[in-house]
Design a protein around this ligand. Structure first.
Ligand SMILES: *Cc1c(COP(=O)(O)O)cnc(C)c1O
Ligand SMILES: [Zn+2]
Length: 398
């Protein structure tokens, strides 16, 4: 058996759907989840078998939605390392701190996971063109994997999106368009485009397969901790596919009997300049409200209203987690701290997570000997234009 794929089920209502036809969301408007024949997978797969497979998330193929190995579209994704930051960990008084470093994935961010699995499945379903709205990193990843698969891509970004991922999309050959307004307006444009030309819309939670790629972070963490999961996972959160994916992975591992009942507490970190989920969490709401004038240098987290907000908040509450905001100044300071103390070049989102760890330790959410995994979701090198280095002329090497 290559994949245990069973069907698609709504995350909100009781409806379910055949997985072999192209679907976007449920008729009720909620995201769809991929379901597997876990009873069959349980008989077929054990933990020792996994450890002998190649060091890539494709080793979890029974729990991924691609049914034929020939459909896999890969740029050699590696299992990402857990890195120690001795100076930072000591200063924060979090001795068991690990950073899961996603910068080593193709296109330099964890978005490659969703794109590799999502494009592979799209190819399997006969998709010829994809379209998405993005602040940047998802576009870069999907454009790159689409090219690899010979699938066309139309990508819409707000004009305020940063230069690097725009160039990545365009250079990979995607039809890349800049929009007035925020990612919300770009989203409306893309939905309309998809309807007009029949492209498959793959924006966050508009189709079920991107999440399956993100999920592999959870599998890797569990396996890297010898199937005994850390106490806390800290994730810089925007659209929420990362945390919802990790949670889904852990539930699947539980039902296979690979991990125990205890789950990590999931802490989501946002920037104070765009913190709809933190507001909703603190106000005890089930959903977030649109965050006006959202602004943060950590653009991967700049999502004023996540489509799956109710699911993200549910994950945080069910795991006894927390939602916490740090300021852009704190993000900048932490990024500088970690490169200058430990030689680790975090992206701003990864630095936000680390600034979150510092705060969560101060307020006692993180306990003395807790094992903490802080996600570095991408490469700092994608964000070097945010750094001021004295002595560098502003027109240097343009
Ligand atoms: C997309 C992104 C995030 C946020 O991830 P979600 O799954 O949307 O919550 C964090 N960091 C980086 C670098 C990103 O590109
Ligand atoms: Zn539904």
């Amino acid at each position: 058996m290559f994949s245990g794929l069973s069907h698609l089920a709504c995350s909100k209502c009781e409806r379910s759907y055949d997985a072999n036809t192209r679907r976007q969301m449920c008729e009720c408007g909620a995201p769809l989840f991929v379901r597997y024949e876990l009873d069959v997978v349980r008989k077929h797969l054990d933990r020792s078998k996994l450890s002998q497979r190649p060091q890539s998330f494709w080793r979890y193929h029974e729990l991924l939605p691609v049914t034929d190995p020939q459909s896999i579209v890969s740029l050699n994704e590696v299992m990402t390392p857990l890195i120690r930051l001795p100076q930072t960990a000591r200063a924060m008084d979090v001795p068991n701190l690990y950073v899961k470093d996603e910068s080593v994935l193709p296109t330099g961010t964890f978005k490659a996971r969703g794109a590799s699995v999502g494009i592979s499945r799209a190819k399997e379903l006969g998709v010829k063109e994809i379209t998405l709205s993005t602040n940047g990193n998802a576009g870069a990843a999907w454009a790159t994997y689409a090219t690899r698969a010979g699938i066309k891509a139309m990508i819409a970004m707000p004009k305020s999106a940063p230069k690097v991922p725009y160039v990545e999309c365009c250079y990979a050959g995607a039809d890349t368009r800049l929009m007035d307004g925020t990612i919300a307006e770009a989203g409306i444009y893309v939905a309309d485009y998809a309807k007009r030309v029949g492209a498959y819309e793959i924006s966050t939670f508009k189709e079920p397969y991107r999440l399956e790629g993100k999920k592999t972070i959870g599998f890797e963490i569990a396996e890297q901790f010898s199937w005994s999961v850390p106490d806390v996972i800290v994730f810089p959160t925007g659209g929420g596919a990362g945390v919802i994916g990790i949670y889904k992975a852990l539930l699947e591992l539980q039902s296979l009997g690979f991990i125990e009942a205890r789950l990590p507490r999931i802490a989501i970190i946002q920037s104070a300049g765009c913190a709809p989920l933190v507001r909703a969490f603190e106000a005890n709401q089930q959903e977030s409200t649109y965050f006006e004038n959202a602004q943060t240098l950590a653009y991967g987290m700049r999502v004023p209203k996540a489509l799956a907000d109710f699911l993200i908040l549910d994950v945080v509450r069910k795991t006894q987690g927390i939602a916490y905001a740090v300021t852009d100044d704190e993000i900048r300071a932490e990024r500088q701290n970690v490169i200058q103390k430990d030689g680790f070049h975090a992206c701003p989102e990864g630095a936000a997570a680390l600034a979150g760890v510092r705060k969560l330790r101060e307020i006692g959410f993180i306990k003395d000997l807790d094992h903490v995994v802080s996600m570095n979701t991408g490469s700092g090198l994608k964000y070097i234009d945010q750094i001021d280095c004295p002595g560098l002329p502003t027109d240097h090497m343009r």
